[in-house]
Design a binder for this molecule. Structure first.
Ligand SMILES: Cc1cc2nc3c(=O)[nH]c(=O)nc-3n(C[C@H](O)[C@H](O)[C@H](O)COP(=O)(O)OP(=O)(O)OC[C@H]3O[C@@H](n4cnc5c(N)ncnc54)[C@H](O)[C@@H]3O)c2cc1C
Length: 489
């Protein structure tokens, strides 16, 4: 590969894809590279999935401003890109009268950030909102604008729409080194080189390493681990809102939240580690989370847990804030680093801020009149009425074949997920787009059938199908061939 672009974005997480989609609104030749086999498979796939109202981050920080701005942009974004998103509201619950001044100061901070409709609720009204709260609960800060979102579908939707509007999305493409020339940069990847006038570093946990490629060595990103329990859908309806305890200095505390798919999610804890690849869960960490969550919702137990996972926050400890700026050391190089929480909530506003920085660098941007903000709707068979399902099956019988019984995902949906722009190319990529394999049996039944569909749609051999890209091949060789080998030996 030997390519040229006006703009190269390094990193296909929610931030890189949001920037790509925002800049596709202008006449620019844009390439986005992602080192993994799918977009949204870094930090953006393992988090709480909350679009925070914006009362937590200090008003003096960039994230204090961008969280509220981003939150407000989500209604239009959902309308255009059609990803699962619900404004459920959040409660920060105090169980001690002594914590009420803390709630009041969070409310004041929220007001400074511009969060609308915040109020402190006391007494019976609290239990009308959430019947199962700890009976010791005395008050809560109520934030009706807080929302829940599917973080991977959001990222996929942003990438799809960017691609439809001309952005070239290159997967399995890692920036290895960067040469800074007078009026452009040459980014050397594992697949060849890309020459670009401006480079945007949106590499998440690895933003410090990408910055070092151009000689910027004062950004250090520390991984901060957060573990979670995922509960079966039966438990998702136990609560209506996202429930936080009163925060400590370090973290927002153990959150209990419904997900857009109807599950219940409990976590995360916060532990600084050294290894940016350590996404293991620990029995101690998971136990601590459960005990933390039980303080707000005592009836929780391990019953109904169907999965556990870990996410790593890309923390910039120096300021604890986002870094979103044109480098003053290297012309045409923009760092978007240290995007820990509320990065998901802020992503659309981060993209807007990057657009303003870019306009300054390039001396203005010309609108792309052909930009289409709308994403082609994704069929979610399980959400259709019986009449709609029958009509769809009549039009396309592939929607009559259920592949994942736990989540009711049809063959038609899986095929569509593979053939869309920036389509699924592994079992996990299908899972993130359709939920096939995310139910109770965690893919025990549908896994092999998804492999078969990938083989057919991608025109590859069974032994080439991966769990999640890279060297995660599922089937090493055909059983027959392996047996024949053994016999002949
Ligand atoms: C435990 C936890 C809970 C969170 N909860 C919330 C929440 O509820 N609400 C909220 O608003 N935010 C939350 N966040 C924060 C949010 O998830 C992040 O801010 C956001 O996902 C960061 O997105 P990103 O695109 O910057 O990073 P990433 O998603 O990591 O994307 C960066 C991408 O760059 C790629 N990359 C790296 N190096 C290279 C290279 N050399 N070449 C090419 N590609 C490269 C990576 O593979 C990766 O895909 C949470 C985070 C964690 C960890």
């Amino acid at each position: 590969m030997n390519k040229e672009a006006d703009l190269l974005i390094i990193g296909g997480g929610v931030v890189g894809t949001a920037i790509a989609r925002e800049l596709a609104k202008y006449k620019l030749d844009i390439t986005l590279i992602e080192k993994k086999s799918d977009v949204g498979s870094g930090v953006s796939k393992a988090n709480t999935g909350l679009i925070h109202a914006g009362f937590n981050a200090e008003a003096s920080k960039i994230k204090g401003r961008l969280n509220v701005e981003g939150n407000k942009m989500y209604d239009q974004l959902k309308e255009e890109l059609k990803f699962p998103f619900e404004r459920r509201g959040a409660l920060v619950v105090a169980q001690d009268e002594d914590d009420i001044p803390r709630l009041e100061s969070i409310l004041e901070n929220g007001k400074k950030n511009g969060v609308p409709d915040l109020e402190i609720i006391k007494g019976e009204k609290l239990f009308e909102l959430e019947a199962d709260l700890n009976p010791d609960s005395v008050a809560a800060l109520y934030a009706p604008t807080a929302a829940i979102v599917c973080p991977y579908e959001l990222t996929v939707a942003l990438a799809e729409n960017a691609a439809v509007n001309g952005v070239e999305v290159l997967l399995n493409t890692a920036a290895k080194s960067i040469e800074v020339k007078k009026d452009h940069k040459v980014v050397y990847t594992n697949r060849g080189q890309i020459k670009a006038k401006v480079v945007i570093n949106a590499a998440g946990l690895y933003a410090d390493e990408v910055a070092k490629m151009v000689g910027i060595d004062d950004i250090d990103i520390t991984p901060r681990k957060g573990e979670y329990h995922v509960y079966d859908k039966k438990l998702g309806s136990q609560i209506n809102h996202t429930i936080f305890p009163v925060p400590t200095g370090v973290s927002k505390g153990i959150v209990v939240t419904p997900t857009v798919d109807g599950n219940l999610l409990v976590g995360p804890n916060a532990q600084e580690i050294d290894d940016k690849t350590d996404i293991s869960t620990t029995s101690q960490g998971l136990e601590n989370i459960l005990q933390g969550a039980k303080k707000t919702l005592p009836k929780l137990s391990r019953r109904g847990v169907i999965n556990q996972f870990t996410g790593l926050r890309p923390a910039y400890k120096e300021t604890g804030d986002f870094i979103i700026e044109a480098s003053d050391k290297v012309d045409g190089f923009i760092n978007v680093a240290g995007i820990q929480s509320p990065g998901l909530s802020s992503a659309p506003a981060i993209a807007k801020m990057v657009r303003e920085i870019l306009a300054e660098i390039l001396g203005g941007l010309e609108a792309n009149k052909d930009f289409n903000p709308y994403r082609q709707e994704v069929v979610r068979f399980r959400e259709l009425s019986v009449q709609e399902q029958a009509k769809l099956i009549k039009e396309d019988p592939r929607y009559g074949e259920v592949i994942c019984r736990c989540e009711m995902v049809t063959k038609g949906e899986i095929i569509d997920s593979i053939n869309r722009p920036v389509g699924a190319n592994s079992v996990r990529a299908v899972r993130r787009r359709t939920r096939a394999g995310m139910g109770r049996c965690q893919g025990g039944f549908c896994g092999p059938r998804v492999v078969d569909i990938l083989v057919k749609e991608l025109g590859i051999d069974h032994t080439e199908v991966t769990e999640d890209g890279g060297d995660s091949r599922i089937l090493l060789e055909r059983a027959k061939e392996s047996l024949l080998k053994e016999v002949s030996e």
